[in-house]
Ligand binder design. Structure first.
Ligand SMILES: C[S@@+](CC[C@H](N)C(=O)[O-])C[C@H]1O[C@@H](n2cnc3c(N)ncnc32)[C@H](O)[C@@H]1O
Ligand code: SF4
Length: 461
């Protein structure tokens, strides 16, 4: 067995994706309540008056169920759901606005889903027109949205562009018809290309394409086909996600069997083949799952050290206050997190009764903030270091011990001698596939729990 196969057997274990630290299953809800949350939002707003805030809006509806999907979505063909949902999001936004003593500066706005373009262009105009009236867009603002090419019209693209959106992310996943059939996602290259062409004609600056490796029935040939066709479209960014198999959370994944899924070793080959093809086409791997052309802002943000990772994935800049509106959305004040109710009906009922729909959260203590810095450094820069005289030295000594086997396996280098009292951990080329496992060694909340308490995550590869 090759060295890399042995590593995969060893490290392909359930591991968090680290879009936050602490990860949601380890939030300590005992110190969190809605009143404290509002106070922390106010304080974050005051700290960032001029810098501005980010807004994420979750628009959960889709017309058709893709069986692999792990997102929070609601499948319906009834478009009457649009208006009451938008009314609730606007009410929730009003509750946050009431906490602020001046018009907020808006730095980032992202519509995620579900499928934001399930909503009519007219309803999106109503939602966003109202929100944008109550903010001052920052001079270098970034507005982006996720869309399924099958239901994205030129009218959607034009309406959102007129509102200030300049980036979009299109779901592709796989162009092989056999794979599309088993994941219940028929999507032609022609319709996808039409959406790319229309967006570029209108003036969008950056298009991201989502591709997944590890889907049922995927082979090296289907990855070759998909990446070849995606490269014809030349999106500025590509998210090349590892398929997350979480059937206990997304039961539609039971519509195929585990026998249809590529085994870990094949999955790794699919990733390596994909990476090689993307690099040949001029894309550069940045952070976990992401590739970008060298002229894209995300790649530039790696070089100037501003790239950040949060619940939206990788972003070009860091805003301390990120408000998440809509069902299941997570908000972040940099000192605390809060998550909204995950069911549409309950979310709407709570908001319509005049309360913020936050149902759980976590306030970060000093140790959380210290660990978060290291995990962000690894995820965004591929390296981190610490002072062996710091308050957290004993904790970091344990981390160093946990990292030693990963260093022996060639996934990280540990330098303890270069600068006196400094330890530096750097991810190697081989270690990039195991980024989640490396970050896990720093996760003191995870290591603090008894083995049988540990929640279930998707596997790391
Ligand atoms: C909200 S969807 C994107 C917009 C639109 N709904 C679509 O599907 O085109 C977000 C992305 O998450 C990714 N995704 C969903 N389920 C996944 C899973 N189980 N494993 C890995 N990635 C997944 C897909 O790449 C998908 O494009
Ligand atoms: S992948 Fe996109 S379109 Fe498909 S069910 Fe998930 S959110 Fe909806």
């Amino acid at each position: 067995m090759s060295n890399i196969s042995t590593l995969i057997q060893k490290y392909d274990v359930p591991t968090p994706r680290y879009t936050s630290y602490p990860t949601v299953p380890y939030w300590d809800e005992s110190t969190f309540d809605a009143h404290t949350w509002q106070q922390l939002v106010r304080e974050a707003f005051e700290r960032n008056r001029t810098g501005g805030l980010s807004l994420y809006i979750h628009l959960p509806f889709c017309e058709k169920l893709c069986t692999y999907c792990g997102c929070n979505k609601r499948i319906t063909t009834n478009h009457k759901v649009e208006e009451p949902y938008i009314d609730s999001v606007l009410r929730e936004w009003d509750m946050y606005l009431a906490l602020f003593d001046q018009k907020p500066v808006l730095k980032e706005l992202h519509l995620g889903g579900g499928t934001p373009t399930f909503f009519s262009a007219h309803n999106l105009q109503h939602l966003l027109g109202n929100i944008l009236q109550q903010v001052t867009p920052a001079p270098e603002h970034e507005f982006s949205f996720e869309a399924h090419p099958n239901n994205t019209t030129a009218q959607h693209l034009q309406t959102l562009y007129n509102l200030g959106f300049s980036r979009l992310s299109l779901g592709i996943q796989d162009f092989d018809e056999r794979v599309q059939f088993i994941i219940n996602r028929p999507q032609t290259f022609e319709k996808t290309k039409q959406t790319f062409d229309e967006a570029r004609q209108i003036g969008y600056q950056s298009i991201n394409a989502d591709i997944i490796f590890g889907l049922p029935l995927q082979t090296e040939d289907s990855i070759r086909l998909t990446i070849g066709r995606v490269c014809e479209l030349m999106p500025e960014r590509i998210a090349f996600y590892s398929y997350a198999h979480v059937p206990w959370k997304s039961p539609a994944q039971r519509r195929y069997t585990e026998a249809d899924l590529p085994k870990a070793e094949t999955k790794r080959r699919l990733y390596e083949l994909g990476r090689e093809l993307l690099q040949k086409a001029g894309y550069i791997e940045i952070g976990m799952d992401h590739f970008a052309l060298p002229n894209d802002a995300l790649f530039k943000s790696v070089n100037n050290g501003t790239m950040h990772r949060n619940f939206m994935g990788y972003t070009t800049q860091h805003t301390e206050l990120m408000l998440g509106l809509g069902v299941s959305s997570i908000s972040d004040t940099w000192t605390a997190f809060a998550q909204n109710h995950k069911e549409v009906e309950e979310y709407e009922a709570i908001v319509n009764s005049g309360q913020l729909p936050v149902v759980k959260g976590h306030i970060l203590n000093n140790e959380d903030q210290y660990i978060r810095r290291h995990i962000l450094n690894l995820m965004c820069q591929g390296t981190t270091s610490w002072d062996t005289n710091s308050t957290y030295a004993p904790l970091m000594q344990e981390t160093l011990q946990r990292l030693q086997p990963l260093a022996n396996d060639g996934l990280v280098t540990l330098s303890t001698n270069n600068i006196p009292n400094q330890v530096q951990v750097t991810i190697t080329e081989n270690g990039k596939l195991f980024l989640r496992n490396i970050a896990l060694q720093f996760d003191t909340r995870y290591w603090g729990k008894q083995a049988n308490d540990k929640p279930v995550f998707s596997k790391s590869i």
